[in-house]
Design a protein around this ligand. Structure first.
Ligand code: AMP
Length: 299
């Protein structure tokens, strides 16, 4: 496994591997490090589909707000490199901030609409930072495929949108969310939870699981679903502060209202919940089919 900190060296190394493994794909897995099994599942997906697997580890300052946790984001490069090697990564790209941003960037990739709600609303500028750094990584590595986790479903929607709008020649591969035994979505930030916060953090998954029953209830509306999520968290996790609990269309992330039975298509139920200084997110996506009225004679 090669560990590379410099953009031009990375370009040369990827080109050489591409030439030596002709006909095989280059896969990119972008991360911020402090790797866990969720990241490893992305690497494994890339390993199974690509001849060359590039893992990037970069805590991107551009996607953190002024009062967010850029400085304190968990970092452990040695441990990450051991995990990456075991998972079968070919190249780790590990740039310093000065390598990615040698001067303040005057160019940003800004995706509108999809970024108006959820994390886009609660973390202004976050997705400009994500879209800009992912675009830079795509230009640097020129991957055939890039792997992203659906735990960050809004991020996937944003990335798919700019790849489409800007005709980027990369296939985005959506990967499922990996969870701890009790259901908590794996996240680098989970280590920051106190033992009591960790116990209560399972409430995000439990609230999302309640949706399976709620969606079947007669007379269920999208408004009631959102209220139900908020109430479930408030009733079951006294340490939780809900940042958002929303049900929207996916991937457009537009509001939905009224009876669930009238809706046809994909929806996302998305949560952001703070436990002390630690902000956790989770979501589930459902495909709803418009239900026919049993009493009337619709086709
Ligand atoms: P991060 O290092 O948190 O920026 O995440 C890097 C990539 O790993 C992103 O595409 C995330 O969506 C993905 N990821 C993070 N947590 C999980 C998880 N629990 N399951 C699957 N993918 C994940």
């Amino acid at each position: 496994m090669k560990v590379i900190k410099n953009i031009s060296e990375l370009r040369q190394t990827v080109s050489a591997m591409r030439r030596s493994k002709e006909g095989e794909k280059v896969g990119l897995v972008p991360t911020m490090g402090y790797l866990h099994e969720g990241h490893v599942s992305l690497i494994e997906a890339a390993r199974s589909q690509c001849g060359t697997v590039v893992l990037s580890i970069f805590v991107n300052p551009l996607q953190f707000g002024p009062n967010e946790d850029y400085e304190t984001y968990p970092r452990d490069t040695e441990r990450d490199l051991r995990i990456a090697e075991q998972a079968g990564v070919d190249i780790v790209f590990l740039p310093e901030a000065g390598e990615m941003y040698p001067q303040p960037t005057r160019t940003k990739v800004v995706v509108s609409g999809i970024t108006d709600r959820l994390c886009g609303a609660s973390r202004p500028g976050h997705f400009d930072g994500v879209a800009t750094v992912v675009t830079k990584l795509f230009h640097i590595v020129e991957p055939d495929k890039a792997y992203f986790g659906m735990k960050d479903a809004q991020q996937v929607a944003v990335i798919e949108q700019f790849v489409f709008d800007l005709n980027m020649n990369v296939e985005i591969v959506r990967c499922p969310t990996l969870r701890e035994a009790d259901g908590l979505a794996m996240s680098s930030r989970n280590v920051r939870l106190s033992p009591e916060e960790r116990k209560q953090a399972v409430v995000l998954y439990q609230a999302l699981t309640r949706l399976d029953d709620w969606l079947k209830e007669d007379g269920m509306t999208f408004e009631k679903l959102q209220d139900g999520l908020r109430r479930y968290i408030a009733d079951n996790a006294p340490l939780a502060a809900v940042n958002y609990a929303e049900v929207l269309t996916y991937p457009a992330l537009t509001p939905v209202a009224g009876p669930v039975r009238d809706f046809h298509g994909e929806i996302i139920a998305a949560l952001a919940v703070k436990f002390g200084g630690t902000r956790l997110i989770d979501n589930r996506i459902f495909t709803l089919k418009k239900r026919r009225c049993r009493l009337c004679s619709e086709r």
